[in-house]
Design a protein. Structure first.
Length: 153
């Protein structure tokens, strides 16, 4: 599926209810997990201790749920292209879930669908995009989030 290109508010508004693109796979490394743990102070052993985690409930270190959520910032521009954009702002998230874990070494990708879009009073357009962070070889995704973004063309 070719990813859509949005160059105006009308194009965003016209894509409500439709699938966006699917990103390429991204390898999840222990270094990424360790850096996230350091940045957030969440250094629980299931994330940062490979020896202990190998004997734990998941058989390996796993990504923080919030790390998988933060990767949406990597996936969004790879599932839809924005042109003629003056500025884009992350406005927040609606529902966020972490249905399954992402183990170190897993390959992840983002899949998007435009849930809604509306004009804002300040001349932008607010889009709610569901992003599913899929894990290669797993039935359940690592994260499903309704992202809310504001775009100014």
């Amino acid at each position: 599926m070719a990813q859509p290109v949005f160059g105006s508010p009308e194009q965003v508004l016209g894509h409500v209810g439709q699938e966006l693109g699917v990103s390429e796979w991204l390898m999840l490394t222990q270094a990424q997990i360790d850096e996230f743990a350091h940045a957030t102070g969440d250094d629980q052993w299931i994330h940062v201790d490979p020896v202990r985690a190998s004997h734990g409930p998941f058989g390996a270190c796993i990504a923080h749920g919030y790390l998988t959520l933060s990767l949406i910032g990597h996936f969004l521009p790879r599932i839809a292209t924005l042109e003629n954009l003056k500025m884009g702002v992350n406005y927040g998230c609606g529902k966020v879930r972490f249905p399954a874990v992402a183990r170190v070494g897993a390959r992840l990708r983002g899949r998007g669908r435009m849930l809604s879009a509306e004009r804002t009073k300040d001349g932008g357009v607010q889009a709610v995009i569901e992003v599913i962070v899929e894990v290669e070889g797993q039935e359940r995704p690592a994260c499903v989030a309704e992202t809310i973004s504001r775009y100014y063309f």
